[in-house]
Ligand binder design. Structure first.
Ligand code: NG6
Ligand code: CA
Length: 517
């Protein structure tokens, strides 16, 4: 019944929309399909937005989406790190089904199989133009990549018509933009070489030449130096192609604005993957010092401004009312992720992950519970939703939105929830943090016993490993302070059984300790 109401609602809004635009008959199908934009932040925590409770940072542009759309309070990334979350969102498959879905080096091969179903492929096959601008971090090529030739397979081979990306992360080499498989601005006489195991002879690193470093490394991040920032991995050559860190956010914004302007005549899907507030945090000079919280706060303010500009572009181009905007983040927040950048010293009262325990890398809620907003001007009624939703569900839900079905993955069709006509989200969800998995079902969270340390000194985060089972009621105990595994054995056993049914009994196989240098 709810499905029927949802579908009726959608048909009504689509027909309202099309009658308002008075489309020509032959354009009817295309105009009926809304544009879809996913704005995806990197390491933005649940508590980093004023609409999600931050008092020390003001994020008015993102708040406008949260307040004008659906603000989900139980919205999840699949994972507490980047690569697996992006893999889950784009393929609709739980990342723990793919043993290689873990934080990838810049030289990793493409993680998504070219024959695999993906969100951009689904949309492309249904008449959409598709594009990614921003962070990729899902591998490129099939083994050894020659960065001086056309790089393939990559995003273009898994469904994106257009791909303007950075290969991995802002802290990993190669520090260049790649446009549809070609390094932007490459001088063929200065070829790029990349290696994650050994340095190139004579190339400076943060260890050999600490005087060249302007942002000090704390753990890891002591290899090649680019723009004074020491990175993960070694890189040689490509001088003219290297990005300017402080310009990156504006650069990606410009690319998305150009894309919107030149593709607005037909429906498009744009995956806009901002690099902020991941390390190294490099605000443009006009945002430096604006937050009083150091670079981490500054880049959040910059990202908020950028998103405001992007939404303004949709508006100015007259397509805001025909665009579904989804805003979320790939994992929870972290303060010290490898550089000394005042994130800890200047944090004050701010809580990047709100009241949730843990953060990035953590199986506690701070790792995967993230801001999650759906916004569709004039179509989605503003509201707060406590339904459990996950980024993995976008595939099947968007399939429904465009009038098709997608049932072959872990993705659940909860379109009604994303459009706000139902509050009934997922019954259960498996979340993941650096290979370790846990079960959310209803109000409950079950974490099996795992080996390894709970507290990661380097990042200052409790990741949730204990040699005994944990059971929390997230409704009564949002901070995960009371482990009820012993006092409520019935629930624990019920959760464990469901977990093992969904996940399989060999869930510790292949789970390795993540170590930081
Ligand atoms: C870790 C990096 C961290 C960050 C992370 C990936 C070290 C010591 N730490 O290995 O700085 O780059 O990988 O972050 O190298 S993610 O958001 O892309 O998952
Ligand atoms: Ca991330």
């Amino acid at each position: 019944m709810k499905k029927i109401i949802g579908t009726l609602f959608l048909l009504t809004i689509l027909s309202c929309n099309s009658s308002k635009n008075k489309p020509k008959e032959e354009n009817l199908n295309e105009i009926k399909k809304p544009n879809i934009v996913i704005i995806y932040l990197d390491d933005l925590g649940y508590g980093d937005l004023s609409s999600y409770g931050a008092t020390e940072l003001q994020t008015p542009n993102i708040d406008a989406l949260a307040n004008g759309g659906i603000k989900f309070t139980n919205g999840y990334a699949t994972s507490a790190t980047c690569t697996p979350s992006r893999y889950g969102m784009l393929t609709g498959m739980y990342p723990w089904r793919n043993k290689n879905a873990k934080i990838l080096p810049g030289t990793a091969p493409l993680l998504i199989k070219t024959e695999q179903q993906t969100l951009p492929k689904l949309l492309k096959n249904n008449g959409y133009q598709t594009a990614i601008v921003g962070k990729w971090h899902l591998g490129l090529g099939t083994g050894v990549v020659d960065w001086n030739q056309h790089i393939s397979p990559g995003p273009n081979e898994v469904g994106f018509d257009e791909a303007y990306i950075m290969a991995a992360t802002q802290d990993r080499v190669p520090t260049v933009y790649i446009n549809n498989g070609n390094v932007v601005g490459l001088d063929k006489n200065d070829p790029i070489e990349v290696n994650y195991f050994e340095n190139f002879e004579g190339e400076p690193t943060a260890i050999s030449n600490p005087e060249m470093v302007t942002m000090k490394w704390h753990h890891g991040h002591n290899q090649s130096i680019v723009n004074g920032i020491p990175r993960i991995g070694y890189m040689k050559g490509g001088k003219a192609a290297k990005w300017i860190d402080t310009d990156m956010a504006d650069h990606f914004l410009e690319k998305t604005q150009q894309y919107v302007k030149s593709h607005k005549e037909k429906p498009f899907f744009l995956y806009y993957a901002l690099q902020q507030p991941h390390v190294p945090r490099t605000p443009h000079p006009r945002f430096v010092g604006k937050s009083g919280m150091g670079p981490r706060g500054d880049v959040i303010l910059q990202a908020d401004w950028i998103i405001g500009e992007f939404i303004k572009t949709l508006k100015d181009e007259g397509i805001l009312e025909n665009t579904l905007v989804i805003f979320t983040s790939d994992n929870g927040g972290v303060l010290n992720d490898g550089y000394y950048d005042d994130a800890i010293e200047k944090i004050g009262k701010h809580k990047p992950n709100g009241e949730f325990k843990g953060g990035k890398y953590s199986i506690f809620e701070g790792g995967t519970r993230v801001p999650f907003i759906t916004y569709w001007k004039g179509k989605i009624a503003p509201q707060v939703s406590d339904a459990i939703v996950c980024q993995i569900d976008l595939l099947a839900s968007i399939a429904q939105l465009i009038g098709t079905k997608e049932t072959s993955t872990d993705s659940e069709n909860i379109l009604d929830v994303f459009l706000g006509t139902s509050q009934k989200g997922r019954d259960h969800l498996i979340i993941e943090a650096t290979g370790k998995t846990a079960l959310r079902s209803g109000d409950w969270l079950y974490i099996p016993a795992y080996e390894g340390k709970n507290f990661r000194e380097e990042v200052g985060i409790e990741v949730g490993n204990f040699p005994y089972e944990q059971l929390y009621n997230l409704n009564d105990d949002r901070k995960q302070q009371y482990n009820l595994a012993n006092s409520n054995p019935e629930k624990r056993i019920e959760m464990k059984q469901l977990f093992e049914k969904l996940r399989g009994k060999d869930y510790t196989v292949g789970v390795k300790e993540v170590t930081f240098e």
